[in-house]
Design a binder for this molecule. Structure first.
Ligand code: PDD
Length: 298
């Protein structure tokens, strides 16, 4: 066992009402999450031990649960307490929490969920690391791929097989990730991130719909852009728009905004992380500092 694996195995996780070492956490083989991928999740960044954009993450969790008809097992304050306890059990100042709710255990496998199942709750945390120097200096490479996912990408479902397949396909083509093109010919997002382009100083991103996850980082970017008078326009984008863009970014809770410097083997803009990305990165850090300084527990 590697040193990292053994550290992770000793860290405390939350599973169905208990905090326990990860190595002792056990779920039933009959959990519908395991058999059907029947569940939803959240990934929530934590800065200086404070849950970032908590209300937005909580609201999206509730929307996902409602969309798949899983009863929300906890109240808002119970969710907050659970995750705060988990954070406090770890020394890391910056963390990211993985939180998963599945429909629960059903002893006889049946596509039809039984009535009154008790949802299974699992949460663990990891250190949140800043972007690697290489990414900050050189950006990442993308390949465009057909978006092979379902028509409810707005639900943060644990069923991620298409995302895994597309990530593998990107790796096979010696790139870091994929930008996904839907069957109607528009850009949706990355395999685990939203997408923005910069053109003539303005930000463009696809509108929220069933084709993309309503990203929380996307909301933060919008707020930061508004505060700093950077125009942000929601509109459908095509691959040609991406090819003609000055900059492309991927955004997510664990990476904030990532600069994309190559698309399908060709440079994006100057082929270096762009000036608007640099500016957004600074403003984003300032926004985080203000969030930490003004933090009020919900
Ligand atoms: N992924 N789109 C998809 C398909 C995602 O999986 C994610 C996040 C996002 C960005 O959402 P947010 O800004 O709220 O993190 C968009 C997380 C980080 C994951 O699955 O690990």
């Amino acid at each position: 066992m590697s040193q990292t694996t053994s550290v992770v195995m000793q860290q405390t996780v939350y599973l169905n009402g208990e905090f326990l070492p990860m190595s002792e956490a056990r779920i039933s083989t009959q959990d519908r999450g395991y058999l059907f991928g029947d569940g939803v999740y959240e990934v929530i960044p934590v800065y200086q031990k404070k849950l970032f954009a908590w209300q937005e993450h909580l609201q999206r969790l509730k929307n996902s649960l409602q969309a798949v008809s899983i009863t929300n097992p906890l109240t808002d304050s119970e969710w907050f307490k659970l995750l705060s306890d988990l954070i406090d059990r770890h020394d890391w100042q910056d963390q990211f929490i993985y939180l998963q709710v599945t429909r629960g255990i059903q002893m006889v496998r049946d596509h039809m969920p039984a009535d009154c199942l008790t949802p299974s709750i699992y949460a663990y945390t990891n250190p949140l690391k800043p972007l690697a120097k290489d990414v900050v200096e050189n950006g990442i490479k993308l390949v465009s791929l057909e978006d092979i996912r379902w028509l409810r990408c707005d639900i943060k479902a644990i069923t991620l097989l298409p995302n895994v397949m597309m990530k593998l396909a990107a790796k096979q083509q010696n790139t870091d990730d994929a930008v996904l093109i839907t069957r109607d010919g528009f850009v949706s997002e990355g395999t685990a991130s939203n997408l923005f382009i910069v053109k003539d100083g303005a930000l463009f991103t696809p509108p929220n719909s069933h084709k993309i996850l309503p990203g929380v980082t996307r909301i933060v970017i919008e707020k930061v852009a508004t505060n700093h008078h950077i125009p942000m326009i929601e509109q459908e984008l095509t691959l040609t728009d991406l090819q003609n863009a000055d900059e492309i970014w991927l955004t997510s809770s664990t990476k904030e905004a990532l600069p994309v410097t190559q698309l399908d083997g060709k440079p994006v803009g100057t082929g270096q992380p762009g000036a608007v990305w640099q500016l957004m990165r600074q403003h984003y850090q300032t926004y985080k500092q203000a969030f930490i300084a003004d933090y009020n527990q919900p």
